[in-house]
Every structure is written in structure tokens, then in C-alpha cells.
Design a protein around this ligand. Structure first.
Ligand code: SF4
Length: 499
């Protein structure tokens, strides 16, 4: 066991995705951590390589004081000296103020003070699809907030603002004073201060955190450890869509899934509300039903309402592979089935051999040629991701297809989103999430690969572009084909339930 009272920018970054990770990293048994997976390693390598290339370019344009090779013990003093001397750009400085410690990638002099800049090998903002404007990333904001705070305390701040230099070459402003949100307006500064006080409570052991199952767990080095603990505790977060914030408000009265299954939900309900903040009556009843299903003797998925699924001779199961950090869509996979006969299955992939705009456009065009030639098919896919990606690709390559064609492709009479329109809307599952991996595995399907995931596919694609090893390409294609087939397995199971 080890402890610390220093709060770093990395603590705050981790805290945004999981407070328990901050506690385990500080006080947990480090021998129980999982090995770091290849995808996370690739992210680290990508981050370092991108940062090095940006700094190399920058140094060719203007003077940069590089402190990256200065021993850590001397770096804080060297950073202070540089700021006192008005150095315009400082790379890998180190700021310590009170219990705060941070190393912004760059410190840039603006007016009489400094602003911090982090170089990120991803996008500087999130969201910004057809439904919403892009917004600052909270985990970036809290890191940058710590640097700004340290600069303020040291008397070197140019103001409450910071920047991210992102993979698209954008300089994204993080303004800590601007209000956002409509119902409860907040600032990034208040987000930072909340994260800071939460980290202080965890690191001083005033707060004891608990695990909570979430999508982010799958890439975390405490995954096996936490999953064991969650299963032993029969934790509420193993119910789909019941996350940490609801667990926190429910746990004193309903600690486990078994307790929820045996509870009378009406005892907690008045009208459309419940005694649990943030949880309405309908959702509590849904969680209660899910808990009962999970705890039943022979838990099986079931249909919640009548369902009409289109039936045509040709069915196409569709899945794309993309690397959102590089903003590239590298594979469009289509699995055909005719007459409902699995023996007729045929996989048709369109794979971009190069991670370039030209190759991306070519496979998008090829995919459209294929789709137009099979306009009599009904298409099944899993989640809005494919539709969002196709709208974006159409805007990027308007010569490949029209916006109207994309909308027609994803219209209800042509395609079915098995996630939103079927699994979420009309079924209940005794599983801990609704990912296609979890559901298809529950139904007995197995992927040929030992480590199937979208994250792994991205790492394989990166290696394919570097090494050109045909075995890696085959692995990507096989994985995508199995994803398409898993969608077919799910459809068949839902059809059996409906009949
Ligand atoms: S596995 Fe999940 S709950 Fe556990 S520390 Fe990691 S993110 Fe948190």
C-alpha cells in the first residue's frame, strides 16, 4: 500500500472516467492489475509520436525551451526560472503549487503571463455530430484547469484559459469562465474545482470509492479485479444503464441486484417520481424487471412488445470499422444471406489498404456501388454509428453519393437499427450490458479471434499500415465478418422471441 497527498493532472484525468481508479492506483494492490493491452499501448505510442512531431515542427519555426531531458528534481526550478525570464515557449515544464503538480506539454507567454497547452493525438473536442455541437472534453478540461490553477498560485497566469493542439491541427480554446448548459449553467472552472476536491478526498482517504461497471472498464488495468468485486457484491451497476450516479443514490436502501429483485418498487414511488434523485418511476420499474430477470431460475431474454421486422429474400448485415482518433473509416463489411439460409452467407468487404483520404474515398464509393446494386435488400446494423459515419463520409465525399441517398439507406423501410429500434426499445436481457459482443455471446456465438473488439481492430489496422502483413489484414476482415454474423445471430434470436 502506498499513499499520496499530491494531486496531479493525471489523477484528475482518471477521476473523470472513474474515481475508483484513482483510489486503486494510489492504494490498491498493484500486483492485481491486468497487463496493459496493445490498444492502450498504441494510444501511448501514438500520443508520444504525435507530440514529438509537433514539437519538431514548432522548433523549426520559433525558439522553444525544451526541458524534457532535465531531471525531474530540477525541472520545477528551471520552469520557474524560464517564466521569470519571459521565455516565450517552454516544452515539458513542471509546475508545483501547494498540493498541485502538473506538466503541461507547453507553456506559452501571453501578455504578462503564461497559458498552458496540451498536445493531444485525438480531437480537441467531443460530440459535434448531426445532433449536437462539439464541446470541450471534461477530462482534458480538468487537467488544463490544474495547470491554470498552479500558474495562478505561482503568480504567472495569463488568465483562466488554456488550449489543446489536436490531431486535426486545431488550436482549441478551453475558456474556464464561459457558462455552459441551460438548466444548471456551469463553467469549466467549477468542473475543475469539483474534480480537485473529489481527488483530494480520495487521496487523503476521506472518501472510500467503490467500483461501478461502465464501458470504460473494458480498457482499464483494474478490469478483472473490479469485475470480481462487482460480481461478489452483486452490484447494482451490473444492471444495464444503471450507472455509478444511480448506484450512489440507491445503495443505502437497495444495496444489491437481489435486493432490487425482491423489492416492491411502489414503496419508493410517488406519481412519476421516486425517492432516488435522478431516477423516475418508469426507469425504476424497468430496473426492477431487469433485476428480477437476472435473478430468475433460467434467465432468458424476452420481448416487451409486439415487433414487426421486415422480411426480404436478401438480408445484409452491415458493420464498419473506423479509427475515430485518426478520423478514418477503413472497412465497410457486408454479410449477405438469402432466403434465411445460413448456408448462403457471403461476406463482401471493402477495405482501405492505406489510411489516406484517397483510399477512404475509394472504399466508400465501392461500398455505394455495392449498395445500389443490392437495393432490394433489407439491411441490419447495430447502433447509430454507421448512419453517423455515412453522413460524415457523404459530406466529405459528395461525389460518392447524395445526402438523400444516405437518408434513404437508413430509412425504416430499408434498414433496421437492431440496437435502438429492437434491443433497447422492445427487449429485455439478463446481461450486464447491451453490446453486440455481450448479447451474441449470451446467445452462444463465438468470435474466431481470441481478443475481438473495435479497439483491437484499430490497433491491428495501425500495424497493417506499418507492416503490411497479410495475416493482420485477414484478422481485421475476419473480425468484421464475425461482427456482421453476430448481428445476424441476434436478429434470428429476436425473430424467435417474436414468434
Ligand atoms: S475497472 Fe472500472 S470500476 Fe474498476 S477502476 Fe477501472 S474503470 Fe473503475
Amino acid at each position: 500500500m502506498s499513499g499520496t497527498t499530491t494531486v496531479t493532472a493525471a489523477h484528475l484525468y482518471d477521476l473523470v472516467s472513474c474515481p475508483h481508479r484513482v483510489m486503486l492506483d494510489a492504494f490498491g494492490d498493484l500486483t492485481q492489475r491486468d497487463e496493459i493491452g496493445p490498444f492502450v499501448r498504441m494510444l501511448w505510442e501514438r500520443g508520444s509520436a504525435y507530440e514529438a512531431s509537433v514539437i519538431e515542427k514548432l522548433a523549426g519555426i520559433e525558439p522553444v525551451l525544451d526541458l524534457s531531458t532535465v531531471p525531474l528534481g530540477e525541472r520545477e526550478a528551471r520552469t520557474l526560472d524560464a517564466m521569470r525570464n519571459g521565455v516565450a515557449l517552454i516544452y515539458q515544464g513542471r509546475l508545483r503549487a501547494g498540493d498541485l503538480l502538473g506538466s503541461p506539454d507547453l507553456l506559452r507567454m501571453e501578455g504578462a503571463g503564461y497559458v498552458p497547452i496540451d498536445i493531444k493525438s485525438g480531437r480537441g473536442e467531443e460530440g459535434g455530430d448531426e445532433d449536437s455541437d462539439p464541446s470541450p472534453k471534461e477530462h482534458y478540461a480538468v487537467q488544463l484547469g490544474l495547470y491554470v490553477d498552479a500558474l495562478e498560485q505561482l503568480g504567472f497566469s495569463a488568465g483562466r484559459r488554456a488550449y489543446v493542439w489536436d490531431i486535426l491541427g486545431n488550436e482549441v480554446l478551453y475558456d474556464f469562465a464561459v457558462l455552459y448548459g441551460t438548466r444548471n449553467p456551469r463553467t469549466l472552472w467549477s468542473d475543475y474545482q469539483d474534480a480537485l476536491s473529489s481527488a483530494r478526498r480520495i487521496l487523503s482517504r476521506a472518501d472510500i470509492t467503490r467500483p461501478a461497471y461502465a464501458a470504460s472498464c473494458k480498457l482499464c488495468h483494474w478490469y478483472s479485479h473490479c469485475l470480481d468485486a462487482l460480481q461478489t457484491a452483486d452490484d447494482l451497476t451490473l444492471i444495464p444503464k444503471l450507472g455509478r450516479s444511480l448506484q450512489t443514490v440507491m445503495i443505502d436502501q437497495i444495496p444489491t441486484i437481489a435486493d432490487l429483485a425482491s423489492a416492491n418498487p411502489d414503496a419508493y414511488i410517488t406519481g412519476t417520481r421516486t425517492v432516488f434523485r435522478g431516477l423516475g418511476a418508469d426507469r425504476l420499474r424497468t430496473f426492477h424487471e431487469r433485476a428480477k430477470l437476472i435473478k430468475s431460475d433460467n434467465p432468458q431474454p424476452r420481448l416487451l412488445q409486439p415487433l414487426q421486422l421486415p422480411s426480404r429474400h436478401l438480408e445484409i448485415f452491415f458493420d464498419i470499422e473506423a479509427d475515430p482518433m485518426q478520423d478514418i473509416c477503413y472497412l465497410h463489411g457486408f454479410l449477405e444471406r438469402r432466403g434465411g439460409d445460413n448456408a448462403s452467407e457471403r461476406f463482401v468487404p471493402f477495405f482501405a489498404d492505406d489510411a489516406t483520404r484517397e483510399a477512404e474515398e475509394q472504399v466508400f464509393r465501392d461500398a455505394w456501388t455495392y449498395l445500389r446494386a443490392n437495393s432490394d435488400a433489407v439491411i441490419f446494423y447495430y447502433s447509430k454509428y454507421e448512419r453517423t459515419a455515412y453522413r460524415k463520409l457523404q459530406a466529405r465525399y459528395p461525389g460518392a453519393c447524395t445526402a438523400e441517398e444516405v437518408e434513404a439507406l437508413f430509412a425504416r423501410d430499408r434498414s433496421v437499427d437492431l440496437y435502438f429500434d429492437v434491443v433497447e426499445a422492445a427487449t429485455m436481457w439478463p446481461t450486464r450490458d447491451h453490446s453486440i459482443k455481450t448479447l451474441a455471446k449470451f446467445l452462444g456465438f463465438s468470435w474466431r479471434d481470441t481478443d475481438p473488439s473495435g479497439a483491437a481492430s484499430i490497433e491491428w489496422y495501425q500495424r497493417w499500415t506499418e507492416q503490411r502483413d497479410p495475416a493482420i489484414k485477414s484478422r481485421i476482415l475476419e473480425y468484421n465478418e464475425d461482427d456482421c454474423r453476430a448481428t445476424r445471430v441476434l436478429l434470428d434470436a429476436v425473430r424467435r422471441m417474436a414468434s
